[in-house]
Design a protein around this ligand. Structure first.
Ligand code: CMC
Length: 427
């Protein structure tokens, strides 16, 4: 293949370099295009534009492939635990036993949250959405810790990373406990990362906490499956906020806000609400399929479709299997699992969905598992954020270490051309 692309505009030719990634994907480097031609490219929603070069996650949407740092999601979900995957995503290699032990100890040593954060949480009304509260508390942490990180010091970078990995699960647990009217608590340094998260979330004030191995394994798997997904909306947000050299905590807080939307991470809550509504309405899946296809109806089949996957989302396959196993193991019979399976079956053979390559995504079955675990619906997207945290950190770190320039897209102006100001009496 040639190493340049030629663009011809009004008889003028421009040679643009081609850049090839390690998986042989090819991109046209248009950095110099405006300087040479005065023209920009236009791509709302970045449907066809790469915003960066990244070595964290590889995704082939046509083939349904997802790999973190070269390891397949299927293998990681089966063999690794969430903390190993966290280390892998952030530092690029699987940890040795010693590295993992130190990483865990450093995170746990940083898990105390200032009591004043507790007071900030107290000031929120109980019915506040947990995603808004989590985003506020995460950016609020800068009041208690250095807001900027010296990226040239690996020690400073490491400290910032273990600090947020230590405190974030505490905030997640507190947000849920506040919602449920439970006293706020801390976990135990002696427990594993995910085990400790569970204790912090589920421990009741009047009984000893006993971990349920089935729930723990399912949570571990769900967190791994959500841990990174290359340049999605929230990750791009974290990178672009961080590109202004705003600190890690506020960049993450912006990512949490981006994740909240129902077209992104908020879909897991929207899926469960949709399945519940279908159940309440008599379980008529055909009616909702028709609504999803009707262009005059704003209803969309939540948990279906993906910007990048035009084949099965590999995470959805693993989660569907896990939903069956977890509900079976816990002895939970949830009628909405059958409604979900029915909808999937119909969609997979419906020309509307087949032609548009709309398959179930990661959010379609995850809420059913979260509900079986006893997690309130409004917390589902918070659980997604907990899983995505290592991905956001890894992408932020990569962006800063590569010394990427500030993110600042161009635009094509379509507003009024120059006109004269009119005094208010003349308008
Ligand atoms: N139900 C019905 N029709 C759909 C759906 C859906 N869930 N998703 C896409 N379409 C149709 C859409 O109407 C359009 O049809 P047409 O070509 O006739 O205009 C076509 O499929 C292409 O859709 P699009 O909106 O242009 O695709 P997109 O890449 O911009 O959007 C998406 C991707 C995920 C936002 C969209 O599929 C969607 O809204 N899905 C439901 C929400 C959801 O489940 N989001 C979670 C995404 S995965 C987890 C995450 O990354 O956060």
């Amino acid at each position: 293949m040639s190493d340049t692309a030629t663009l011809e505009i009004n008889g003028e030719k421009y040679e643009l370099p081609l850049v090839t990634g390690t998986e042989n994907e090819v991109a046209i480097d248009i950095k110099a295009l405006r300087g040479a031609s005065g023209l920009i490219t236009l791509d709302p929603g970045y449907k066809n534009s790469g915003s960066c070069e990244s070595g964290v996650t590889f995704l082939d949407g046509e083939k349904g492939i997802l790999r973190y740092r070269g390891y397949s999601i299927e293998e990681l979900a089966e063999k690794a635990d969430f903390l190993e995957v966290t280390y892998l995503l952030i530092f690029g290699e699987l940890p040795t036993a010693e590295e993992l032990q130190k990483f865990h100890a450093d995170i746990m040593d940083n898990s105390m949250v200032d009591e004043d954060v507790h007071k900030i949480l107290d000031a929120f009304p109980k019915n506040a959405h947990p995603m808004g509260v989590l985003s506020s508390l995460t950016s609020g942490l800068i009041a208690f810790h250095p807001s900027s990180v010296n990226i040239d010091s690996s020690e400073d970078m490491y400290q910032a990373i273990v600090r947020i990995l230590g405190k974030f699960p505490v905030l997640v647990a507190w947000v849920m406990r506040k919602k449920m009217g439970l006293p706020l608590n801390y976990g135990s340094k002696k427990l594993g990362y995910v085990e400790n998260i569970m204790k912090m979330m589920f421990e009741q004030p009047n009984e000893d906490y006993e971990m349920n191995e089935i729930v723990k394994n399912a949570l571990d798997k769900l967190l791994i499956l959500h841990a990174d997904h290359e340049q999605n909306c929230s990750t791009s947000t974290v990178r672009i906020v961080g590109s202004s050299h705003a600190g890690l905590f506020v960049s993450l807080s912006a990512g949490i806000s981006a994740l909240w939307g129902p077209l992104h991470g908020g879909a897991n809550q929207a899926v469960l609400e949709m399945l519940e509504a279908i159940k309440e309405d008599g379980g008529d899946t055909k009616k909702y399929m028709a609504k999803a296809k009707d262009k005059s109806d704003p209803f969309r089949l939540m948990g279906f479709g993906h910007r990048v996957y035009k084949n099965f989302d590999p995470r959805a396959r693993i989660i569907k299997k896990a939903a069956d196993e977890v509900l079976g193991d816990l002895g939970v019979v949830d009628p909405i699992l059958d409604i979900a399976k029915g909808l999937e079956q119909e969609a997979l053979s419906d020309p509307y969905f087949v032609d548009r390559k709309l398959y179930p995504n990661v959010d379609f079955y995850s809420g059913i598992i979260y509900r079986a675990m006893g997690i309130p619906v409004e917390m589902f997207t918070v659980m997604f954020a907990l899983g995505r945290l290592p991905g956001w950190i890894a992408q932020w770190r990569e962006m800063r270490l590569r010394k990427e320039p500030i993110g600042r897209p161009r635009q094509l102006y379509i507003g009024e051309t120059e006109r004269s100001f009119k005094q208010i009496s003349e308008r």
